[in-house]
Design a protein around this ligand. Sequence first.
Ligand code: SF4
Length: 285
Amino acid sequence: MTTEAADSHAPRPASTALHPTGGFLKGFTHSLQPYIGCRFGCAYCYVQGSNVHRFFNGGFAWGDYAFPRQGVAEKLAQELARYKGKGQLQSLAIFCSSSTDPYQGAEREWRLTRRCLAAFVESPPGLLVVQTRSPLVERDFDLLSALGERCWLSMTLETDRDDVRQALTPHCPSIARRLATICAARSAGLHAQVAVSPCLPYSAVEEFGALLVELGQRVVVDSYLSGDGQGVNARRARRFRRRTPGLAGARGRRRKRPVRFTPGCASVWVSAPAGPRRGLPILRV
Ligand code: SF4
């Protein structure tokens, strides 16, 4: 491994674990980031326009680094113990993760997400949503399963077209592999949500819509400029539109209408039907 490659994975000590949320994560009380940065490096990722990247990039471009937050699981265990002592665990609704993918390659070695899950099993919060696009999550089905009703696996599936995936997120797992993971999660009895986030060009609304309904107990659809992409700045949005003509929702009016997480809901949610292809229609299942 070169020095540069090693530095791009250099651990950073975690001072805290749970961060209070706001904005598009309305409905959650905290977010949890086991890593700083993300080697999946999606072209549209809003984090590259955020302070997280601006202040902690270590001189690397977005997608070129993933710093393990060393000790994050231990911090989490301490923080959960404090909530437990006050009888407040049930009030916690935690999203993991909003500025990294908790199951990117570094997790294979560092196992920070797995250790955090073990802390959650010890002190279960009211709600935990683990969102990823990586099949590595299958390794931790045992812990997700142990959390039972209070835990949802959210698998990101922005499109059903692997050519689109290869063009915009070439370092992310294939569509086929993600589909297999969602099916495996359902077979393992986990609560599984599909996050079309953001909605990229897809085959046809009938095909993709039918696939989504079949796959998940719950589906969330975001356009590029709303939902979890709404924090993107205008300059970056304009540049992205130029590079990706035809992107669903890219020309849409920006709306601030966060989608609340409602575990019992079995609907397809569209956070902002906008743009030339207008995303997916709202489907009731
Ligand atoms: S996987 Fe998520 S956090 Fe990572 S680059 Fe893609 S959108 Fe950003």
